[in-house]
Design a protein around this ligand. Structure first.
Ligand code: DGY
Length: 320
């Protein structure tokens, strides 16, 4: 701890790649992985910098607990739906995130989930481990191939584009939906932009890469799952609230949806019991960015953002 140094509060944890440079310059208070909201509020007063992550809601009450010293909220994530941007703007607090460094990791995980769901890997592995494998069965675990399929990318941003490139490399035709045309993806991959419902109908595989906003809440519900269809695959590595989990569980149970690969959920870390029990469903615990280079890069980006603001410079990745 440096006497009289500015205080940076890390609500939960930050990896050494980001923590060390912060500790060299500031007094750092860390909440810990299992910290409660009350504990975060207790260490917040006097913070000049506040480090959050997707599981830490940053609202007016938390900003007020930090007090007038607060200048930057640095999110340890590219998504920032956990942060009340208006409340930050009102208080003149800068918000930053960690784009780019997690693009490859997240796109690769989405491809992994696509393959795992399309090929029923989760059910097959569960059966094997439980001693239910009775030998080679020509009718069992039959899925679909990416080669020759149509992959629908919802949100052709950085991660969506990288995912599309990988899927295209595996032989898929790419269609996409989103608020604006993406000439780069169209030129490079021959991607075609469709209306959302058209995309769902045209795609064998639908992968979500859009942010959580009021406009994308339950973007995928019962009607959309019917459009994806009994042979279709839904993949979500973006944010849980985009998908109605109960509707997915029901669609899997009834055979309305072919398969699902999910990495994110509403109300994490709890996952609906019905989804846990659903067939043809691969479930991961929000590990899209969990590679060494990606998480170290994110931690470094957090530190770079905090240091820049507290030293009076523009942060490398400012949201507001
Ligand atoms: C992000 O950066 O938004 C991810 O969800 C964290 O892995």
């Amino acid at each position: 701890m440096n006497g009289g140094a500015q205080v940076v509060v890390v609500a939960r944890v930050l990896l050494p790649a980001g923590l060390d440079p912060l500790r060299e310059r500031f007094e750092v208070r860390e909440g810990g992985l299992d910290t409660t909201r009350e504990e975060v509020l207790a260490i917040a007063p006097g913070a000049s910098g506040f480090v959050a992550d997707p599981s830490v809601p940053v609202d007016a009450a938390l900003l007020d607990a930090c007090g007038e010293s607060l200048r930057v909220v640095a999110n340890f994530a590219v998504g920032y739906d956990n942060i009340d941007l208006e409340a930050c703007r009102d208080r003149g607090v800068i918000v930053t995130n960690t784009p780019d460094v997690l693009t490859e990791a997240t796109a690769e995980l989405a491809i992994g989930l696509t393959l795992a769901a399309a090929r029923r890997m989760s059910d097959a592995e569960r059966d094997l481990r439980a001693g239910r494998w009775r030998g080679w069965d020509p009718a069992a675990y039959r899925g679909i191939e990416i080669w020759g399929s149509t992959v629908g990318v919802v949100g052709m941003g950085r991660i969506g584009h990288r995912y599309a490139r990988l899927a295209h490399g595996l032989g898929a035709e790419i269609v996409y939906a989103g608020p604006s045309a993406k000439p780069d993806a169209e030129g490079e991959l021959g991607a075609r932009r469709l209306e959302f419902d058209q995309l769902l109908e045209a795609s064998d595989i639908v992968s979500l890469h859009a942010p959580a906003t009021p406009g994308t809440h339950h973007l995928i519900g019962g009607h959309e799952l019917e459009l994806i269809g009994p042979h279709g695959v839904l993949v979500n590595t973006s944010r849980g609230p985009l998908v109605d989990s109960e509707a997915v569980a029901e669609a899997l149970e009834c055979g309305i949806l072919g398969a699902a690969g999910l990495d994110v959920y509403e109300g994490e870390p709890s996952v609906p019991q019905r989804l846990l029990a659903a067939p043809r469903c691969v479930l991961l615990p929000h590990i899209g960015s969990a590679t060494v280079p990606s998480r170290d890069g994110m931690a470094r980006a957090v530190a770079d953002n905090v240091i820049a603001v507290l030293e009076g410079r523009d942060p490398p990745s400012r949201v507001v």
